[in-house]
Design a protein around this ligand. Structure first.
Ligand SMILES: [Zn+2]
Ligand SMILES: [Zn+2]
Length: 156
């Protein structure tokens, strides 16, 4: 679904190699909650569930496994991310669009993060709005962040 795979799936307009890739490959670590949030979104796009599991806070990870994360995400394609605001250094408000078959979902959430063993980790999230499924008409703007019409983009 990525139209130019050199660009980061988190819609930062940066190259993947200059954005989330170093975090997913563990050659670097996020310095802010927003960087971690973005890298976790990119991990969902790349289906790197180990990274998602490893970046949960210990207390939030208790009953989770890579397999469980994978099952919960099965069939979902994460399309695009919009960071709305970072009200304080521990929280990030975002909108994430996803697709399951021909229906679309919008998740609007505020995620909370903390530092654990000198690394940023995800604690929990408060859902502001979870909308969907909705359909997209051919002339709507595509949700992948390309700026193109749906019919000229991911529909084709
Ligand atoms: Zn990124
Ligand atoms: Zn598209």
């Amino acid at each position: 679904m990525q139209h130019n795979s050199r660009y980061c799936p988190c819609n930062s307009n940066k190259l993947f190699a200059d954005c989330c890739e170093p975090f997913l490959s563990r050659s670097d670590f996020p310095q802010t909650a927003e960087q971690l949030m973005r890298s976790r979104f990119s991990a969902y796009v790349k289906k790197n569930y180990q990274y998602i599991l490893d970046t949960y806070a210990t207390k939030s990870r208790q009953n989770l496994s890579v397999n469980e994360l994978q099952q919960a995400d099965k069939g979902t394609q994460w399309l695009s991310l919009e960071v709305v605001s970072c009200a304080n250094q521990n929280s990030v408000e975002f909108k994430a669009y996803s697709q399951v078959d021909n229906t679309f979902y919008l998740l609007h959430e505020v995620s909370h993060f903390q530092i654990e063993s000198e690394k940023w980790v995800y604690v929990d999230g408060k859902i502001i709005k979870d909308t969907g499924p909705f359909t997209l008409s051919r002339n709507d703007q595509c949700l992948c962040g390309s700026g193109k019409k749906y019919k000229k983009c991911c529909l084709s």
